[in-house]
Write a protein that binds this ligand. Structure first.
Ligand SMILES: Cc1cc2nc3c(=O)[nH]c(=O)nc-3n(C[C@H](O)[C@H](O)[C@H](O)COP(=O)(O)OP(=O)(O)OC[C@H]3O[C@@H](n4cnc5c(N)ncnc54)[C@H](O)[C@@H]3O)c2cc1C
Ligand code: SF4
Length: 316
């Protein structure tokens, strides 16, 4: 691990300014992803800005009946919160499907959204990886690609986003609130927050230098049945091969986001419109323009079947 300096931010504005003035600085929240990456020298910040003391750990009702979740709310606290369990069950279920109890006690809302891919080549510093070292190549293309993305990929990167929580946030139409170093704030719909890899897979979100997440806001509850189905290689402590986050209403209408298939949570508009007709959800409609590899072609059938199971569960 390389040497770094450390400060505890005194305010939101000071944190954003400190980060904007030093391109080698990083925010640290729970540290459960960042510290692992620093130990492997995949991330090498020279300065850490600790944002844990900024009071961003509250869950509050908004004026329109939605919910504002502070960036530093721990995954355990969010999953267990009474309103979340009652009105946003999908979010609660997705959170408890992720990581382990010990990790969820540390991991934060913002850190979870910003966790980095689990592509094995990204972690293997002996292998080329455009995300870790831009321009070096992608070892997964033509390599071991069973876990990788099937939609929204590029010739530079086929990694997936690993977060369970982000899939629920996507189906729930969350909005990410941020603060910038010039004192301004913005609200970013989650659909626009993460980027596809394109030619720059190392740039994963639309956050600007120094900009940091202060909260995630959920709209007023949609009602309906909330289901999170995670398909993985073992029953716990494993990332999703494929996951489905769904809110399905009694009339059969619904909203669906899929995990494990793309560089960002994949909101399936076709599925949203086909659910009401009760039509059989086909893989081609679900993942239009999919470009699977030979090793991960199975994910397309898996998504179709997992979604079929979710719809059947909702109808029960
Ligand atoms: C063994 C293991 C298994 C796991 N399994 C799963 C799983 O099954 N499903 C799943 O979803 N996750 C899983 N995780 C990942 C875990 O959920 C993340 O590590 C965690 O959510 C990251 O949150 P954190 O607060 O610790 O982030 P940190 O490690 O502190 O930060 C992560 C990144 O976010 C940035 N950041 C943090 N807060 C802010 C902010 N407010 N504004 C701007 N930038 C910020 C940091 O600079 C850093 O780049 C697993 C992790 C481990 C180690
Ligand atoms: S898929 Fe992306 S993260 Fe994995 S090796 Fe290729 S460039 Fe790196």
């Amino acid at each position: 691990m390389r040497a770094f300096t450390y400060e505890r931010a005194s305010s939101v504005e000071a944190a954003a300014k400190a980060a904007a003035s030093n391109p080698e600085a990083k925010f640290i929240a729970g540290g459960t992803n960042l510290l692992d990456l620093m130990k492997l020298e995949i991330e090498t910040p020279t300065h850490l800005i600790d944002i844990n003391g900024l009071g961003l750990d509250k869950i509050e009702t908004t004026a329109d009946g939605g919910l504002r979740i502070g960036a530093l709310v721990r995954n355990t606290d969010l999953a267990a919160h009474e309103t979340v369990r009652r009105d946003y069950g999908l979010l609660s279920r997705a959170l408890v499907a992720g990581a382990s109890g010990q990790l969820r006690n540390r991991a934060t809302t913002a850190g979870n959204l910003l966790q980095r891919t689990r592509c094995p080549y990204f972690y293997d510093t002996n292998q080329p990886c455009n995300k870790r070292q831009p321009g070096s190549g992608c070892s997964a293309i033509g390599g071991f690609s069973r876990q990788h993305a099937v939609v929204g990929t590029s010739d530079a990167c086929i990694a997936t986003h690993p977060s369970d929580m982000a899939i629920a946030m996507s189906a729930l139409d969350a909005v990410v609130e941020t603060a910038k170093s010039d004192g301004s704030r913005r609200s970013i719909p989650i659909a626009d927050f993460h980027r596809l890899p394109g030619d720059t897979p190392h740039i994963e979100t639309i956050l600007e230098s120094g900009e940091f997440i202060t909260a995630v806001v959920l709209p007023p509850p949609f009602g309906g049945k909330h289901i999170y189905r995670k398909v993985r290689d073992r029953a716990s402590y494993a990332f999703a091969i494929v996951s489905i986050g769904a809110v399905i209403q009694q009339d059969g209408t619904g909203r669906v986001a899929v995990g494990g298939v793309a560089h960002k949570p994949w909101r399936i508009e076709a599925a949203d419109t086909e659910l009401p007709k009760g039509a059989r959800v086909t893989a081609s409609a679900l993942l239009a323009d999919a470009r699977p590899t030979e090793q991960n072609r199975f994910k397309i059938d898996l998504v179709e079947r997992a979604l079929g199971a979710v719809i059947a569960e909702a109808r029960d």
